[in-house]
Design a protein around this ligand. Sequence first.
Ligand SMILES: *Cc1c(COP(=O)(O)O)cnc(C)c1O
Length: 413
Amino acid sequence: MALPHDGLSRDDVLTQLEHYTTDDVRWREGRAFTLAYNAGPDVVAIAEEAYRRFATENGLNTHAFPSLQRIQSEVVAAVAEWFHGGSEAAGFITSGGTESLLLTVKAARERGRKERSITTPNVVLPTSAHAAFEKGCYYFGVESRRIPVGDDWRANVAAMEAAIDDDTVLVVGSAPQYPQGVVDPIEDIAALAVARGINCHVDACMGGVTLTYLERMGHPVQPWDFRVPGVTSISVDLHKYGYSAKGAGVLVHRTKQLRAYQTFVTDNWLGGVYGSSGVLGTKSGGPWAAAWAVMHHLGDAGYERVTAAARTACLELTEAIDSMPELTIRARPDTTLLAFGATHPEQLDVFAVADALWARGWYVDRQGPPASLHCTVNAVHEGRIAEFVSDLRAAVREAGGMSGDQGAYGTVE
Ligand SMILES: *Cc1c(COP(=O)(O)O)cnc(C)c1O
C-alpha cells in the first residue's frame, strides 16, 4: 500500500484511525471479558496522558533520562512492597507477562549453567502455567516438563517432584493460573526448590494486585508471595489488574544477585558497552509513566475499591452461571477469573455460545482442553453482570445444536 503523496491533516488521520475501530470490542463499556482492563474513564485518561508525555522517552538508557530511572525504581519498589520482598528484593519493569516469563526462564538457565554447570536444563511446571513459559523454553533451548494438574485444577506437587532431576533449573506455580483461575499450592512448590537450591517462580501476572488487596481487606488468601521460603521471583502485569496502559509488567527477584542472571551485557561489537535488563532494546517510557501515574492516582484505597468491585462482580457472575443447568463452573474462582463449560457437551457447544455472545457485542475467551469459556472479570464489570447474564442465557438458547470454533487466545496475523 502506497502512502498518500501529500500527508493527511491531523484531523483526517485521527478520524480515519477512529473509523478503523468501528468493529473493535467496546471494552470501555465493559463488553470485553479478556484483553482489556478498565477502572473507569478517569483512570484510563490519566494512563493515556502520562503515556503520551513519555511516549518518546527511551528507557534503554536511563542515564539520559533520570526521570525514567526514578519512575522504574519507584514502580518496582511499590511492587516489591506489595509482595513483601524485603530490602534485598530487586527487579525491572518489563513489557508485560510474556517478557517477564521469558526472562524468568533465561535467568534460571543462566543460574543453572553458572552454579551447577547444567548444559541440558529443564523446567518443571503444571499444564496450567501460561503459554509464555513454552515460548521461553523454545527460545532459550530449555526442556519444558508439563505435569498434569489435579482434579481441582491445581498443580500436582507430588507429580512435579517426581519429574525433577539434576538438570531441573526452575519450578513454577501460578497465583492464580489463567485457565481455571485457581491458585497453585505455592508453599509446597517452593519447598521443592528450597530442597534443591533451584529457582521457584510465582506467576502472579494476573493475580498479584488482586491477591495483595484481597488480603489487606481481610479476605482469606493462601500464602503465595516472598513470605513463602523458596520463592525466588514473582511476575505481575500492571497492564492487567494494575489498570495501567498496555506494555507494563514487573519481574521482581528475591535478591539482586538472582536478578543478575536476568540481564545481558556485551562489548563484542563496534558500538561499545551495551547492557539491557530485558528482551527489548529501545523501550518507550510511555508504559512506565502510565504505570507510575495510575498507581499513584489510585493509591492503596483506590486499589482496594477496584479490587473489591472486580471480586464482587466475579462472584455475582459465578453464582449466575452456577444457577444455569446447561453450564458448569470449572472451579470456584480464587480471584477474579472464571471458566465454565457445557454440562452436556454433546448437546451444547460453548464456542457457539461465544459466537452468539460476540454477535451481541460481548467478547469472552475460548479455551481448552476441556472446551470452555473464560471471563476475566474486572472493575468495569461492576453493575454490568446482570445484562451480560441475560445475554448469556439468550446465547445458550440460541446455540443449542449449533457448533462454533475455538479460535485462539493470541493470533499470528
Ligand atoms: C496474561 C498472562 C501472562 C502473559 O502476559 P502478557 O502480558 O499477555 O504477555 C502470563 N501469565 C499469566 C498468568 C497471565 O494471565
